[in-house]
Write a protein that binds this ligand. Structure first.
Ligand SMILES: [Zn+2]
Length: 120
């Protein structure tokens, strides 16, 4: 774990929220961001105009991916205002995200490693 290999992270997410008057959902955002292990967002802001200070806590997910031996993760998150004792304040926005860890060395080796996966 002491290696200082240059790593960067690509983060993609789609934010969805319910429509106001009709059933169904609306795509609010479809974004892509490249960051590093030292400079990544803790929180993706929520786009819901009625949501007070909400957001999606992506920072913890990035940390856990970096601490694992996986190279990517796809999952979803709800807005941190999804839980509120006042029902009218609950935010129903969600994101579907994809985090990918990319290291330049890994990329070069990947083709060989793919067929002969060694355990270190
Ligand atoms: Zn929200």
């Amino acid at each position: 774990m002491a290696s200082q290999r240059p790593i960067y992270i690509t983060l993609e997410w789609q934010e969805q929220g319910p429509l106001e008057k009709t059933p169904g959902s609306r795509l609010w955002r479809d974004e892509r961001l490249v960051c590093t292990p030292y400079d990544y967002p803790e929180l993706i802001p929520c786009s819901n105009p009625d949501c007070d200070n909400g957001g999606f806590e992506i920072g913890d997910r990035i940390v856990s991916l970096l601490g694992s031996d996986r190279t990517s993760e796809q999952n979803s998150l709800v807005c941190r205002n999804a839980i509120d004792s006042d029902r009218s304040k609950r935010c129903l926005h969600t994101i579907i995200y994809s985090i990918t860890r990319v290291s330049p060395y890994q990329r070069q080796k990947q083709e060989r490693v793919a067929s002969d996966r060694s355990v270190s």
